[in-house]
Design a binder for this molecule. Structure first.
Ligand SMILES: [Zn+2]
Length: 256
């Protein structure tokens, strides 16, 4: 495992050093600043380097450009974060605000409202990010008030590659209802959990697009869309990844 990880790092170091971000609209999706010892400076330092190479834009603006199939002449980068960990509020949002941009935060209502046992199971077994705590509803509402977007990520981080229509309706549709009850504005954005194309299917995407105007994966990043134009693809990144690795995948020429 370590061998593979190091080899991938070395390859990206070499490829990344020749790469320059391509013109296009890039939505980067992360989860946390670092697995251990997160601090604002890690993300701040990454964005200081990245802002020399790309222009940051607001999340909703990136989505509108992509939906309108606009061809841009410079690299534009917007951000989103899945799973709603506490550091989204305490560190990630303040750093983004230093750069005058926002992000979309895709949350799981039952994690937010979960008891200790639920939270431990969720972080250890479902999203495999041990030790993280969820944002509270007050913190999520505060992010909304500060201009960030609050999106839905199913009630329980449910794998929607499933054919249980009743459960899909519940996990996808009810998530919107609960978020709207707490935030008080329409919840128009949905990112399906785990994010790879095999983590959804045409039936679950049918349900998702019936409930939400905008549905996101975290996969197939060379193409703006998947599932026949119904899903917008984001690129996985994390704030503690070296800038050279971001350079490499931002070098992708993206296609509508
Ligand atoms: Zn997730």
């Amino acid at each position: 495992m370590w061998g593979r990880k190091i080899a991938r790092g070395l390859i990206l170091d070499v490829l990344g050093s020749f790469a320059e971000p391509q013109a296009g609209i890039h939505i980067l999706n992360g989860h946390r600043i670092a697995l251990k010892n997160p601090c604002e400076e890690i993300f701040h330092s990454q964005l200081r380097k990245l802002e020399k190479l790309v222009r940051f834009i607001r999340f909703e603006d990136a989505v509108e450009l992509i939906i309108s199939k606009v061809v841009v002449s410079e690299p534009l980068v917007a951000f989103s974060f899945d799973d709603g960990f506490e550091e989204c509020h305490s560190m990630i949002a303040p750093v983004l605000e230093d750069f005058n941009i926002n992000a979309a935060f895709f949350i799981n209502p039952n994690f937010v409202s979960g008891n200790r046992e639920y939270i431990d199971y969720f972080t250890n077994n479902v999203v495999k990010t041990p030790g993280k705590l969820p944002m509270s509803w007050e913190q999520i509402k505060d992010l909304h008030n500060r201009g960030h977007v609050i999106g839905a990520h199913t009630l329980d981080h449910y794998n929607i590659n499933d054919d249980n229509i009743e459960e899909l309706e519940h996990q996808i549709g009810e998530c919107r209802t609960v978020v709207e009850q707490h935030i008080g504005v329409p919840c128009d954005y949905f990112a399906f959990p785990f994010g790879r194309l095999e983590h959804a299917n045409s039936h679950s995407i049918d349900i998702a697009v019936r409930h939400y105007p905008y549905v996101f994966s975290q996969s197939d990043y060379k193409n703006y869309f998947s599932f026949g134009g119904r899903v917008i693809n984001r690129r996985h990144f994390e704030p503690d990844w070296p800038i050279i690795h971001l350079n490499y995948f931002l070098n992708t020429e993206k296609k509508y």
